[in-house]
Design a binder for this molecule. Structure first.
Ligand SMILES: [Zn+2]
Length: 324
């Protein structure tokens, strides 16, 4: 028997099992497409008629479409099923301390337009205005990508568990910023927000790695302008009681260490983030992390390849200093 919390539980309602089967069907089509109704029925161990009912609903709802007919040794050729990603797109936004990146993808996450970026305004209202303007322009200029179904936004900070507030994002200098509210006012499309490192871990499980079992374990260490960790156990993202599981970037390794964006000294992030490498290269560790449009970590890698000893030293301390 599985133990339940007697003060917080959800009983199965009429339609619960149907909703579960709907999710299973959608997932199977997403992973196996093109796939026929007969193959789905076989994989799900269900009667063909029950699967046909589910598929009809998904087709009516515009989530699944029928494509070309497949091969059959005898009898009718099966009609292949696909997730219907035609004429619909989603917007992916990755907010980082230095720049904010925007991508338009189809419903399966395949990029439809080139990634573009804008400087990350520290004023959240200005950043939202800039993003809404830029995305609107992209969608107007490329009507072929179809109607936007929603935005997914990766934020480098601690987010409210339910809701759109950014509780703390040190590299942006944000504390208790209602980013979700600002975006909801500025757009009519649904907004989904996630901590950057958690989003990276989910991205690996859903779209990138095929060697992670669906119910497996994965730890993703993100070294970008900031540093954080996304943890997946038994196929589920670990959030922790306050949605801060994996927030190891601001664990202090040395109280005498370099200044961090959070105000403390010697955080893990202050040793290994891209901004830490940049700051080390510029010899300004005592003053705290530096954001500059003029120099990126890619520039430092380029300098190191060209034989610049200071660049090489800054990178070697990041990678070989024992912190990462
Ligand atoms: Zn810190």
């Amino acid at each position: 028997m599985r133990r339940i919390n007697p003060s917080a539980f959800k009983v199965a309602k009429r339609g619960t099992s149907r909703e579960i089967n709907r999710q299973i069907t959608l997932n199977l089509i997403r992973v196996k497409q093109p796939i026929s109704r007969a193959e789905l029925a076989r994989m799900m161990g269900m009667r063909r008629g029950a699967v046909t009912l589910l598929i009809n609903e998904l087709i009516e709802g515009g989530l699944v479409r029928e494509g070309a007919k497949g091969q059959s040794r005898r009898g009718r050729r099966p009609q292949h099923l696909y997730i219907d990603s035609r004429k619909r797109c989603v917007v992916a936004v990755d907010i980082r301390a230095s720049r904010t990146f925007v991508m338009v993808a189809d419903l399966l996450g395949h990029p439809q337009l080139n990634v573009t970026s804008v400087p990350s305004e520290r004023d959240p209202r200005r950043l939202v205005d800039e993003l809404v303007g830029r995305v609107g322009q992209m969608l107007r200029e490329h009507p072929e990508v179809g109607e936007c179904q929603g935005w997914g936004i990766a934020v480098p900070g601690i987010l409210e568990r339910d809701g759109g507030r950014v509780l703390n994002a040190p590299t942006l200098g944000w504390r208790d910023v209602d980013l979700g509210g600002l975006l909801a006012k500025a757009t009519t499309q649904p907004i989904f927000m996630e901590n950057s490192c958690k989003a990276c871990a989910l991205g690996q499980v859903w779209a990138v790695r095929e060697d992670v079992p669906v119910d497996g374990t994965l730890v993703f260490v993100s070294v970008s302008d900031g540093v954080g960790v996304g943890i997946v156990i038994d196929g589920r993202l670990v959030r922790g009681a306050h949605n801060i599981a994996g927030e190891f970037g601001h664990v202090s390794l040395n109280a005498e260490g370099p200044r961090c964006s959070c105000g403390a000294n010697g955080c893990w992030e202050a040793y290994i983030s891209n901004l830490a490498t940049l700051t080390r290269y510029l010899g300004r560790e005592r003053a705290g992390p530096i954001y500059t449009e003029a120099l990126t970590v890619e520039d430092i890698i380029g300098c190191a390849r060209a034989g610049d000893a200071r660049a090489l030293d800054a990178l070697e301390t990041t990678w070989a200093g024992g912190w990462l």
